[in-house]
Design a protein around this ligand. Structure first.
Ligand code: CZF
Ligand code: MG
Length: 197
């Protein structure tokens, strides 16, 4: 079986490839596809955007596609940046500037009001028109300075109380165990298995 990961984000590709490593599935990503043009992510929810990306990848490749749309919801910001997480500080998307903007906006927000969560929607779409959605979330809080160098995006600022570490201080394996993406992904496995048979 061969699937296409409908993402260009290297951090996501690394995590999803690691999660798929024990499955008997050949994995391509959009980085392997010539002439891929990013779809406009104009959906209102993570699920909508994941669906748009999955469908576009199926149409382009004719393969079963797995798309991820994900982001950070900060309670003190009324759930922002949400679906705008990648481009929080404008175009072109840039993790460093996004983190600076987040720190700036939360400058006067006290510790007990810095709660946040990562949310992930995964969509599996098939060439014969079937679509499956799974979701995952992980709770944490936003620190005042970066810690750690693994991961991507907001990971250095996202502290996970259960592990007393930021996401960027966790190994790939541990991040995948607890993360929003890891949780959503584990629900995808039985779906992929059912498509094989
Ligand atoms: O610290 C983080 N750890 C994570 O585990 C994580 N997952 C998502 N995010 C943030 O949310 C955006 C997704 O936006 P997004 O789903 O549109 O992806 P993207 O534009 O980067 O790539 P693509 O999949 O669309 O090609 C990303 O850029 C990040 O800012 C994360 N940040
Ligand atoms: Mg995107």
């Amino acid at each position: 079986m061969k699937i296409i990961l409908a993402t260009q984000n290297k951090g996501k590709i690394r995590e999803l490839q690691d999660l798929l490593v024990d499955e008997d599935i050949q994995v391509l990503s959009l980085k392997d596809i010539e002439g891929w043009e990013d779809v406009e992510e104009n959906g209102e929810t993570f699920a909508d955007n994941a669906m748009l990306k999955a469908r576009a990848a199926v149409e382009k490749t004719g393969l079963i596609a797995l798309a991820d749309d994900s982001g950070l919801e900060v309670d003190a910001l009324g759930g922002r940046p949400g679906v705008f997480s990648a481009r929080f500080a404008g175009e072109p998307k840039d993790d460093e500037r996004n983190n600076n903007k987040l720190l700036q906006l939360l400058r006067d927000v006290p510790e007990d009001k810095r709660s946040a969560r990562f949310r992930c929607a995964l969509v599996v779409a098939t060439p014969d028109g079937r679509e499956f959605l799974t979701e995952g979330t992980v709770e944490g809080r936003i620190l005042r300075e970066r810690r750690g160098s693994d991961g991507f995006g907001y990971d250095p600022l996202f502290y996970v109380p259960d592990y007393s570490r930021t996401m960027a201080e966790l190994t790939l394996a541990v991040k995948n165990k607890l993360s929003h993406r890891g949780q959503a992904f584990r629900k995808v496995i039985p779906i992929l298995k059912s498509l094989k048979s």
